[in-house]
Design a protein around this ligand. Structure first.
Ligand code: FAD
Length: 366
């Protein structure tokens, strides 16, 4: 089977010679899927990250800070990589004043850097202030599938939020397509969602405004997939190799004249002393303590990363767990522990993730 890795080597002429062939190459469900070798000896690292979760959804809002404008852009839960460019657009629309081109962005994760880049595109002079830079942000830990998962709790959101959410998702979906390729580490990949009951609402309900962002969705018959599951739905999403992607975006910020200053703020009063008149708050989970937002909480996630397998270029999702076939490693994940602040790996979680994925791939038809 040709994988996305070998497509590059085939050369443009070969690919262009047949659209039908190209489709099959990019969508491997018609070929044989290589199983993942799940074994403790193949672990290359265990990552823990705290998702910045607000049950009412992310906060993009403008407020006055003395003489300055403060625009909040934080609280993206399990979808901050995905939504970053979209909420950055909302924040920049709310806060950028061409008459005051000097802007401060607090935070150098996916959200802060997307905000910085969109400001630069509008002509702003941007200085990012951050305690941690890539590779030491939560954003570096993310999976990261392009799909906004675990971003809010439906009963707690307001209609105005949903409008922001749909707008942000659609803007981000288009923007990420411009990064597809080796330079930014963004690629299209097939997802297989396995279930013992019919899949009806995942990844989006048929009547959802998110449905048009689900690409190439198909419910597969048993002979069309190798998994031991009664129901298999496949769909395609972009995947973001966060360490490479964030490094590249950081370089873009600098190349466009942006300055990055390592600095930690301890309270809002310190922000008032900045020379910039417009400040974008992209501090993720830390916004809770810094700005007194008691509605934000950590949702702890632990990932077990296995040695890369070049032939595994698809994702599998089952019972809340997932395997993402990334080029820099096979990512096993699926823990969502609300209110847990521990960033220490839990060996029991590692064992559970290994066991579950051994079952899934051990039962795969060869
Ligand atoms: C295990 C796991 C899997 C995930 N998978 C996905 C996925 O598949 N898809 C997806 O879209 N998302 C995923 N996410 C969610 C995503 O990682 C987050 O939503 C996203 O990283 C939030 O980005 P951010 O820029 O707001 O925060 P961060 O990346 O945390 O960046 C915050 C920045 O603010 C700075 N800062 C904080 N406090 C201060 C301060 N006081 N002074 C100065 N600077 C400060 C930090 O140093 C940092 O630079 C996952 C998260 C985890 C943990």
């Amino acid at each position: 089977m040709h994988t996305r890795r070998t497509i590059a080597a085939l050369g443009a002429a070969t690919i262009a010679s047949s659209c039908a062939t190209a489709r099959n190459l990019l969508h491997p469900s018609r070929g044989r899927l290589a199983p993942v070798h799940v074994a403790a000896e193949r672990i290359i690292r265990v990552d823990v990250g705290l998702r910045p979760y607000r049950a009412s959804g992310f906060r993009v809002e403008r407020e006055v800070l003395g003489e300055k404008a403060l625009i909040h852009n934080y609280g993206h839960g399990g979808g901050g990589i995905t939504l970053s460019w979209g909420t950055a657009k909302l924040a920049v629309d709310l806060g950028y004043d061409g008459g005051k081109p000097d802007c401060a962005v607090i935070g150098c994760g996916a959200v802060g850097m997307a905000t910085a880049r969109l400001l630069q595109e509008r002509g702003a002079r941007v200085r990012i202030y951050a305690r941690d830079l890539p590779p030491n942000t939560t954003s570096d830990v993310a999976g990261a599938q392009w799909w906004p998962s675990s971003v809010f709790h439906t009963p707690e959101v307001r209609p105005q939020f949903l409008e922001q959410y749909y707008t942000a998702a659609h803007f981000a979906f288009r923007r990420y397509q411009t990064f597809v390729g080796d330079v930014y580490g963004v690629s299209w990949e097939a997802n297989y969602s396995l279930s013992d009951t019919p899949t009806t609402t995942y990844p989006a309900r048929e009547d959802s405004p998110m449905r048009d962002l689900v690409i190439n969705q198909q419910d597969l018959a048993p002979h069309e997939h190798p998994f031991a599951a009664r129901y298999v739905r496949r769909f395609d999403t972009m995947m973001i190799e966060t360490p490479l992607y964030l490094r590249r975006i950081e370089a873009d910020v600098r190349e466009a004249g942006g300055e990055i200053v390592v600095r930690e703020f301890h309270d809002v009063a310190e922000l008032r002393t900045l020379p910039e008149q417009t400040i974008f708050n992209c501090t993720g989970l830390a916004a809770g303590r810094l700005f007194g937002d008691t509605t934000i909480e950590p949702v702890r996630g632990q990932l077990v990363i296995l040695e890369p397998q070049a032939e595994v270029d698809y994702n599998v999702l089952r019972d809340g767990d997932y395997m993402f076939g990334r080029r820099d490693g096979i990512v096993l994940g699926g823990t969502f522990q609300h209110g847990n602040w521990s960033t220490e790996p839990d060996p029991e979680v590692t064992q559970r993730l290994l066991r579950h994925h051994q079952e899934i791939f051990g039962a795969m038809r060869q």
